[in-house]
Design a protein around this ligand. Structure first.
Ligand SMILES: NC(=O)c1ccc[n+]([C@@H]2O[C@H](COP(=O)([O-])OP(=O)(O)OC[C@H]3O[C@@H](n4cnc5c(N)ncnc54)[C@H](OP(=O)(O)O)[C@@H]3O)[C@@H](O)[C@H]2O)c1
Length: 277
């Protein structure tokens, strides 16, 4: 599937265009999306990108767009749902990037749409090397194809068939970059303890992560196999791996980390449903 959006030909309304929606839009424009096809609704009226029309209220936005992506905070959905519903026509595919808001929530609020989908991007989508989880589509293959094409330039795209795994996906791929950054920070701190000054330790830790990630991306080997290639029996790397692997402590820590993120996602979703902050 092509990653160019130069012939995408769908009109897109972004209902809310803050950090996340702007990151996605930035990459779509880099991939050739015509900015004249996009309208962003944001109360601040702040510009989003060259050639993209920004309006401050939904009344100024075109009705019945091909795609309407909701990018407000989850707890705001109740306040803006009526404004969104007014824009939706029978051909509109509704995308929601709101953590915790379910397909059933979307169906209940936007019954008139052609299809409804959940989208979970992560911040690196701006570089085209992000991860995008997708669920929903109301059984509409054409809608699924259109949205897969739109998401492809953002990075790795994964459809999740079981919506109840969406919170787990959010913990792994949405929050995941922050966990990896912490790991790099821990390598930086470890490097300092070995005597490097802070900037040098950070530079080396970052470059190590980038080099390992680049190899992981192109290699067909699993991370376990790649680690085994670096380590030789009785060598330095194996001595370090033995510390990480003792009582599976790194694996347990990561499992606990992901469980905590997923649990918080569920709590926030419940709060969003109750319309609280
Ligand atoms: N940040 C992430 O890494 C990430 C990852 C995946 C999913 N998400 C999801 O993305 C959503 C947005 O997060 P964010 O970090 O991008 O938040 P954000 O930067 O605060 O953006 C929120 C947007 O909502 C707009 N907005 C507020 N009130 C509105 C109204 N009445 N009508 C229309 N637009 C309105 C804001 O307008 P102004 O621009 O005018 O203030 C802003 O553009 C959340 O639901 C979150 O769950 C975030």
């Amino acid at each position: 599937m092509t990653t160019s959006l130069s012939r995408f030909g769908q009109h897109i309304v972004l209902f809310g265009c803050g950090n996340m929606a702007s990151a996605m839009l930035g990459r779509w424009l880099d991939a050739g999306l015509d900015p004249a096809q996009v309208t962003a609704i944001r109360p601040s009226g702040k510009a989003v990108a060259n050639g993209v029309k920004v309006v401050t209220t939904s009344a100024e936005a075109p009705a019945n767009p091909d795609i309407l992506m909701i990018g407000v905070k989850p707890q705001m959905l109740g306040d803006v749902a009526e404004d969104i519903a007014r824009l939706i026509g029978p051909d509109t595919i509704v995308l929601s990037i709101l953590a915790g808001v379910t397909i059933d929530d979307l169906r209940g609020r936007f019954p008139g749409a052609a299809a409804r989908m959940r989208v979970m991007p992560n911040m690196p989508v701006r570089t085209g090397k992000g991860v995008v989880g997708l669920a929903g589509a109301d059984g509409k293959d054409a809608a699924r194809k259109t949205i897969t094409r739109l998401m492809k330039p953002l990075g790795h795209v994964e459809w999740i068939d079981e919506e109840n795994q969406f919170d787990a996906l959010t913990a792994l791929t949405g929050s995941g970059p922050a966990f990896v950054y912490r790991f790099v920070d821990a390598m930086r701190a470890g490097g300092e303890r070995l005597g490097f000054d802070e900037p040098t330790a950070l530079r080396l830790a970052r470059a190590t992560l980038a080099s390992a990630a680049a190899q992981l991306e192109v290699s067909e080997l699993t991370p376990t196999e790649l680690a085994a290639q670096v380590a030789s029996r009785g060598g330095m790397t194996q001595a370090g791996l033995d510390v990480l692997d003792e009582d599976a402590r790194l694996a347990s820590l990561m499992a606990e980390t992901l469980r905590a993120a997923r649990a918080r996602g569920r709590e926030l979703a419940a709060l969003a449903r109750e319309g609280q902050d």
